[in-house]
Design a protein around this ligand. Structure first.
Ligand code: CTP
Length: 406
């Protein structure tokens, strides 16, 4: 971030305190920071704190005539290389999406011609409200980058997505976004269609019972969201899970492996596919009516093998250029992953050890296995695994694009 000029807009939420640390990190990385504080933001951090940390004047009011003479709002936004909104409240997102300019922050955002990166933070219900989902999708369509909030315990005592990621994670997102801007189309998934499968499948035994597995769908949903955040058109074929659809993602719900197979077929072609679903390896031949206990002894359930959707896709004439599988293992993680890479004919395998509480949990430690080697990532939140993988996919599709045009 050396020598970059960041215009940092701080909205009114409890997470505003994290922007103080963000300023420190940005400056440590060599960037200069000019802060704009909304009226709400000033309830949580003071202009004095921000001025001291940024060593710059802090701007708060549109009607500060002195500023209009010395530095009009247009100029303030033009002098930046990048505009960062952190934290962005539900209200600020709504005003941005509607193009309202009723304070200094929103006026700058409407006047700027610079890339804008937004880090929302709010209560989980506000984040999942259809109005916010709509506003975030709108902002992404308008070309703004929106960082997915983290999931966890919130200041209000509730639990779920909506928390502002830690300042070092936001810093990484800013620098990745900056290099993507500077290096487009390499970091950019605009115009690309990506298929993601996620969640378990449920295979019926009779009209009321199913064979299921413990997949929560969280990792797959996070990947779909991270790809959409980079501008991809994402089709998410999801097994039965109770998760909200990430903003900007087209979701198709299915129950069984065979339904998933059919919906993948109709979603193709795609530039890349990320097959995260824990597809049931077997299905039962379901009984037409509920199996009764009164039958005497426990029923024998005859299982038939399900198609391997990943392996099928690898052989299909519409094989995506980049095909990524997941490997959930409880032992010999790397050896099994290498075996799956070869057997299933995909380009990358993201392997993880699921012997702990990965399934349903928030964190994941994965290995990216490719034909050329293995990269082991640290233990990260599923959201951060998703962001990193999305960046790698963008770089890979961008490199191929560059090779083709030479
Ligand atoms: N997969 C698939 N269709 C299946 C089974 C798995 O598309 N019927 C995909 C998964 O989405 C994942 C990869 O294959 O991307 C590996 O899944 P995993 O369950 O680890 O592998 P299996 O082939 O089921 O092997 P095993 O159960 O023997 O470990």
């Amino acid at each position: 971030m050396r020598d970059k000029r960041i215009l940092l807009i701080i909205g009114g939420g409890i997470a505003a305190y994290k922007s103080c640390e963000l300023i420190r990190l940005l400056r440590k990385g060599g960037a200069s920071v000019t802060c704009v504080l909304t009226e709400g933001g000033a309830q949580f951090v003071t202009p004095m704190t921000l001025a001291a940390l940024s060593e710059n004047q802090v701007h708060t009011s549109l009607w500060d005539l002195k500023n209009e003479v010395e530095m009009g709002h247009i100029q303030l936004s033009r002098q930046a290389d990048l505009v960062v909104v952190c934290p962005a409240t539900a209200d600020l997102l709504a005003r941005m999406a509607a193009g309202i300019a009723d304070d200094l922050a929103t006026t700058l955002l409407l006047a700027t011609d610079k890339p804008v990166l937004v880090a929302p933070a709010m209560n989980v219900r506000m984040w999942q409200h259809p109005a916010t989902v709509r506003n975030v999708a709108r902002l992404r369509q308008d070309g703004l980058a929106v960082i997915e909030p983290d999931e966890g315990e919130m200041a209000c005592g509730e639990y779920g997505p909506g928390r502002l990621p830690e300042p070092d994670v936001i810093l990484q997102a800013i620098s990745r976004y900056w290099s993507a801007q500077a290096d487009a189309p390499n970091g950019n998934l605009q115009g690309k269609h990506i298929l993601v499968t996620a969640g378990p499948t449920h295979e019926p035994i009779d009209p009321v019972r199913v064979l299921a597995n413990r997949s929560s769908g969280k990792q797959g949903f996070a990947i779909a969201g991270a790809l959409a955040a980079l501008g991809a058109r994402v089709t998410l074929v999801a097994g039965p899970v109770a998760l909200p659809t990430p903003p900007g993602v087209d979701r198709i719900d299915v129950e069984t492996a065979l339904e998933m197979q059919a919906r993948i077929g109709s979603a193709l072609p795609a530039d890349a596919a990320v097959m995260v679903a824990a597809v049931a390896d077997w299905r039962a031949e379901p009984a037409p009516a509920k199996i009764k206990k009164s039958a005497g002894r426990p029923p024998a359930i005859r299982l038939v093998e399900n198609p391997d959707l990943l392996a099928e896709l690898a052989l299909s004439p519409t094989r995506p250029r980049l095909l990524i599988g997941f490997a959930a293992e409880t032992e010999d993680v790397l050896a099994n992953a290498r075996g799956k890479l070869a057997r299933k004919g995909c380009d990358w395998i993201v392997a993880n050890d699921v012997s702990g509480n990965v399934m349903g949990g928030e964190a994941n430690q994965v290995h990216l296995v490719t034909a050329t080697g293995v990269e082991s990532w640290d233990l990260l939140s599923k959201t951060e695994v998703a962001r990193r993988l999305a960046d790698r996919i963008a770089a890979q599709l961008g490199d191929e694009h560059a090779e083709q045009s030479h």
